[in-house]
Ligand binder design. Structure first.
Ligand code: G3P
Length: 225
């Protein structure tokens, strides 16, 4: 499973990139608005750091506007993925942009029928929103399973990108279902590393080591000679 960070915050991206476990980035207009700076400059900066896919969302809602908006975004770096909403115009734009050889992430997917349309439109990624479905008492994970099954049935190449992730169990369940990618907030990425038994175990190992005789230290030194 690939790990994307769902953020437009450069410091978060830098920290996550340093782990060597970050595969890409997704942004959306709400996340970019929080940064209060030029979208293009921000994308340039992110592209200087992350070589994997970076989703940049259009804000036009009509077909011609989306296709036009996509051009300068895609020109920023070869790894920019154009993000379009799952609307009839968005799917038309997806087809046109895919034909031009651009990668497209179709976002705001809340049903299997929408995901089927996106795959037929040639989307590189489909982004089902797990958390927002769970928020309204629907089963986000069941949607991921349905989409994966449908794509398997017909051999669609569109990758399933589990989005609107709220906690590590979303990641684990999406991985069990076979989702290709999970995009998560930085806070969730950090949570993936954590377990209290790891902290406690490490603390004990180090305390025992400190208490040990000088012999262990000598052995270590001679091993490295
Ligand atoms: O970027 C799309 C999606 O991941 C948004 O998540 O937390 O705003 O529902 P959220």
């Amino acid at each position: 499973m690939q790990f994307f960070l769902d953020t437009a915050n450069f410091n978060e991206i830098k920290d996550a990139a340093e782990t060597g476990l970050l595969d890409g980035i997704t942004t959306n207009p709400s996340l970019v608005a929080k940064e209060k700076r030029s979208f293009q400059d921000l994308l340039r900066e992110i592209a200087g750091l992350v070589k994997g896919p970076i989703s940049a969302e259009v804000v036009s809602t009509d077909f011609a506007g989306m296709v036009k908006e996509a051009q300068p975004l895609a020109a920023i770096a070869p790894n920019i993925v154009i993000k379009v909403p799952l609307t009839p115009d968005g799917l038309r734009a997806c087809q046109a942009l895919s034909r031009e050889g651009k990668k497209v992430n179709v976002t705001l997917c809340f049903s299997a029928s929408q995901a089927l349309l996106a795959a037929k439109a040639g989307a590189t990624y489909i982004s089902p929103f797990l958390g927002r479905l769970d928020d309204v008492s629907e089963n986000g994970m069941e949607l991921i399973r349905q989409i994966l099954q449908i794509y398997r049935n017909y051999g669609f190449k569109t990758k399933v990108l589990a989005a609107s992730i709220r906690h590590p169990i979303h990641i684990v369940d999406a991985a069990l279902a076979g989702a290709d990618v999970a995009t998560m907030p930085y806070s969730v990425f950090q949570m993936l590393f954590k377990h209290p038994l790891t902290d406690r175990g490490l603390e004990k190992f180090l305390a025992d080591w400190k208490k040990s005789s000088g012999l262990t230290k000598v052995d270590r030194n001679s091993a490295s000679q």
